[in-house]
Design a protein around this ligand. Structure first.
Ligand code: ADP
Ligand code: MG
Length: 488
């Protein structure tokens, strides 16, 4: 029998606010243990929380980007449990009235996927606080607790069980990461734990319309591990069913060294936590005006720009994806493409501009860790640079590689001027090229005869001679055309 994998994700995203969700302690990652703490993070008796309004704003932003309904009256609840890294004895989270309800995310999955562009429904998104961190490897006989993370704001994005395999999980996580970075609400850094997910997995016979029992694998903070964990868990569940057993609903961990999942505890239910409304925080009322302000300030969304790069500017899906990876680059690319269309009307420089950004700007930006829009080369110079390439004045040859470094060094100078000074321009001037071709053909009458008898491979040799005579300035396409005309 063949089985279908069913997955739902609970993704935790750490918000990049300056302070924690209910007090003014720093929310920054790292710091010496127990330095980002106050009596509130430590849950001293009598202290009261106060909501960080940036956290609400960030939740609303993500909700709008994912097409969720924004709950106009949202409140916090207590989730009660005992653990050493949770000094309050409860986590302040949202149960009954989360900030965002519904919404969806369309995945870009490649041709190897079973389904193309599946739409993954979002169940809801809620705000909550993170717990502290227990460290078991710092002292031989003791566990240590760092409460710096206690109270750091998190968004939990809960998907419907709409994902069908590790490839879709990876695409979903990548899309969420791009979106939170794009909106500037989180650094989406999985290595530092600012993005992690609990993976709920079940399997069912192909074609079945009911779900199987699920297991939840906790705290995956690497895409590579998540993929391995899913593959292992799917095989485990199938083997269990095939051997006549049943999958018990439970919470499991992933053992990185063994590549296996193991049981942590039986699945707890909502009533185990005795959720109840947080009495120390008033409900949050979201006004129409507040929503409008956030909507107005929203940047264009990545999926929309990526689409526009293809439809409005004819870029390939690959190029569009490269340019829309990150907001700063995408907005800069959009500005260049728009300006170029006006500056060189009737000429399509889009592909050349995309190439320059992908091959020159992005590597430069990554190497120096500088935002693309902080590149000293002004937009109009990028466009003229593209125009020189497109019109054949500037070759893609080794010599021309000197132009970009020169542009970075003297960003005020027009690239045409720089190329002239550096002697990088090539000629597509027919009179000049015809004269060179005539000279070369006159020097090799034997080869010309051979060519005419059918030895077409000699074209390359003639090209080489014309290049030499022009000192590398002959524009190859025009030269080839003239050579073929004269030889033919
Ligand atoms: P709980 O409240 O017990 O955590 P939920 O119904 O809220 O359970 O679901 C939690 C997550 O598990 C969601 O992301 C959901 O999509 C996913 N999920 C629910 N049922 C299944 C299933 N049968 N197989 C895989 N994932 C599931
Ligand atoms: Mg849950």
């Amino acid at each position: 029998m063949s089985y279908e994998t069913v997955i739902g994700l609970e993704t935790h995203v750490q918000l990049s606010t300056a302070s924690k969700i209910f007090c003014s302690d720093a929310a920054a990652f790292g710091g010496a243990p127990n330095t980002h703490i106050s009596t509130i993070s430590l849950a001293h008796p009598g202290t009261l929380p106060r909501l960080n309004k940036k956290a609400v704003e960030y939740a609303v932003k993500l909700g709008l980007a994912l097409g969720c309904d924004i709950n106009r009256r949202t409140h916090f609840d207590r989730k009660n449990y005992f653990y050493a890294d949770l000094p309050k004895g409860f986590q302040t989270t949202q149960d009954r009235a989360p900030v965002c309800l519904g919404g969806s995310l369309t995945l870009k999955v490649g041709s190897t996927g079973q389904r193309s562009n599946p739409v993954i429904r979002i169940h809801h998104i809620h705000l909550e606080e993170d717990a502290g961190k227990s460290m078991h490897d710092q002292a031989p006989k003791h566990s240590m607790i760092d409460l710096n993370r206690a109270g750091v704001p998190l968004l939990e994005i809960v998907s419907e069980p709409d994902l069908r395999g590790p490839e879709e999980v990876a695409a979903y996580m990548e899309e969420i990461r791009r979106l939170v970075r794009w909106l500037g609400i989180s650094d989406g850094n999985m290595e530092e734990g600012s993005m992690r997910c609990d993976v709920n997995i079940s399997v069912r016979p192909m074609g079945s319309s009911t779900f199987g029992n699920r297991c939840e694998i906790k705290n995956m903070n690497s895409m590579r591990f998540a993929k391995r964990a899913i593959e292992y868990e799917v095989n485990r569940q199938i083997a269990l069913i095939e051997s006549g057993g049943t999958v018990e609903q439970e919470t499991r961990g992933f053992d990185v060294a063994q590549g296996t999942t193991f049981s942590l505890r039986e699945k707890e239910n909502a009533h185990d936590y005795r959720y109840f409304p947080e009495p120390d925080l008033p409900p949050v009322v979201i006004s129409e005006e507040y929503l409008t302000d956030i909507k107005t300030a929203m940047p264009p969304l990545p999926a929309i720009l990526e689409q526009a790069f293809q439809t409005a500017y004819g870029l390939s899906a690959y190029d569009a994806e490269q340019l829309a990876q990150e907001r700063d680059t995408a907005l800069f690319a959009q500005q260049l493409l728009e300006t170029a269309a006006v500056r060189y009307k009737g000429k399509d420089l889009s592909k050349t501009i995309a190439n320059l950004l992908i091959n020159k700007l992005l590597p430069w930006s990554a190497a120096g860790n500088i935002r693309p829009s902080d590149c000293p080369v002004p937009p109009v110079h990028w466009i003229d640079y593209a125009q020189m390439i497109e019109s054949g004045q500037l070759s893609a040859s080794a010599a021309a590689q000197r132009l970009f470094p020169a542009m970075l060094e003297t960003p005020d100078k027009a690239p045409t001027l720089l190329a002239t000074e550096l002697n990088l321009l090539q000629s597509a001037d027919s009179d000049f090229l015809e004269q060179l071709v005539d000279e070369v053909l006159a020097r090799f009458p034997d080869k010309v005869a051979e060519y005419r008898k059918g030895k077409k491979g000699l074209l390359g040799m003639f090209m080489g001679e014309v290049m030499k005579a022009s000192k590398g300035k002959a524009e190859p396409q025009t030269t080839t055309r003239i050579l073929q005309e004269k030889l033919g």
